[in-house]
Design a binder for this molecule. Structure first.
Ligand SMILES: Nc1ncnc2c1ncn2[C@@H]1O[C@H](COP(=O)(O)OP(=O)(O)OP(=O)(O)O)[C@@H](O)[C@H]1O
Ligand SMILES: [Mg+2]
Length: 308
């Protein structure tokens, strides 16, 4: 079974306003409501690729209920754990009059030590041999920086596989716990390696992660695709040049492509080829869209893979 973990999900609300003025009542129309969060996006991309997964994480209050209900309507299986605080709402306001976009992201609810302990217990009760648990996105206030590291040890101690896609201190501490796979982008990889990376340094950067006992590492490079290595081989997969509409969900779709190809037991070169096809399929979608199966299959043939 594949589980995705989203500890700080959000309801993404997009409003259309006709001119924002201070000290007056501004009128707006709700354009879209989306369930946001990296793990949730991975589950959505997996659903599009035809792979079942369970989305887990924390939800709270009426917003959390709304989020869970919407996910079920989308056909995504969930096992979300309630907390006292309210799930955050992230606002995007399109001011048509001024032609500007205002984004307001909440930090998210503060979780208590008891809630952290409750989530660890939840994972302990569900994890089974051979599972993949995808840990992605940032942590909510109150969660310890080493929460991903603790989860990785717990999951892998029970015979599961932890895959990590995070940033900052939780990423660095998580890497030290040796997840089975880690997927940083270039700047996240630089923060772990401790220096800026030029094209010629990528092989060495991959090696740094492998030396931390991480079995497989993929570094995504935006329009330049991604590099991947396990102990035996390393490849660079490059997508065709495309007209990018939105890069939201690109990294999550790349991860879904890796998961899908891993469940098919594909060799490493094929895994990164499908993953880059899925990531690039996501940038062709407007807004928060993730990859579709049709676009991923169409792009697959155009991704060039070479040994690194
Ligand atoms: N401009 C682009 N053109 C083509 N493909 C792209 C472009 N940007 C991203 N991609 C695809 O998406 C994949 C992941 O992109 P990126 O490296 O930007 O991930 P990320 O920074 O982790 O994204 P996220 O914000 O979702 O976490 C790339 O490997 C590539 O396949
Ligand atoms: Mg990312």
């Amino acid at each position: 079974m594949i589980y995705t973990v989203t500890l700080n999900p959000a309801l993404d609300k997009t409003l259309l306003a006709t001119g924002l003025e201070p000290e007056t009542i501004n009128r707006a129309r709700v354009l879209r409501l989306d369930c946001g969060g990296k793990g949730i996006n991975v589950s959505r991309a997996l659903r599009n690729l035809g792979v079942p997964s369970v989305a887990t994480g924390w939800i709270g209050g009426a917003t959390g209920e709304q989020l869970a209900q919407r996910l079920r309507q989308e056909g995504i299986q969930t096992n979300l754990i309630p907390i006292v605080g309210e799930t955050r709402t992230n606002l995007t306001i399109h001011d048509q009059h001024r032609g500007v976009l205002v984004k307001l992201n909440e930090a998210g609810p503060t979780v208590s030590n008891e809630e952290v302990g409750g989530f660890l217990k939840h994972v302990q009760q569900h994890v089974q041999q051979g599972d993949i648990w995808v840990l992605s996105g940032n942590l909510p206030p109150g969660a310890p920086d080493d929460l991903y590291a603790t989860l990785i040890r717990l999951i892998q101690g029970a015979g599961g596989n932890a895959w990590l896609d995070a940033s900052g201190v939780p990423l660095r501490l998580g890497c030290a716990a040796a997840p089975k796979l880690v997927k940083p982008n270039l700047s996240e990889a630089e923060s772990v390696v401790g220096r800026s990376l030029a094209t010629g340094d990528l092989g060495e950067a991959l090696r740094t992660f492998l030396d931390m006992s991480i079995a497989c590492v993929a570094i995504s490079l935006g329009k330049d695709g991604a590099v991947i290595a396990d102990g035996r081989a390393a490849y660079w997969a490059r997508p065709p040049t495309v007209q990018a509409r939105s890069n939201i969900g690109a990294g999550d779709s790349l991860l879904a492509g890796l998961l899908w190809s891993a469940t098919q037991c594909m060799p490493l070169a094929e895994m990164i080829r499908w993953a880059v096809a899925a990531g690039t399929a996501a940038v062709l979608e407007e807004g928060t869209g993730v990859c579709t199966r049709a676009r991923t299959e169409a792009l697959y043939a155009q991704v060039a893979v070479a040994p690194l």
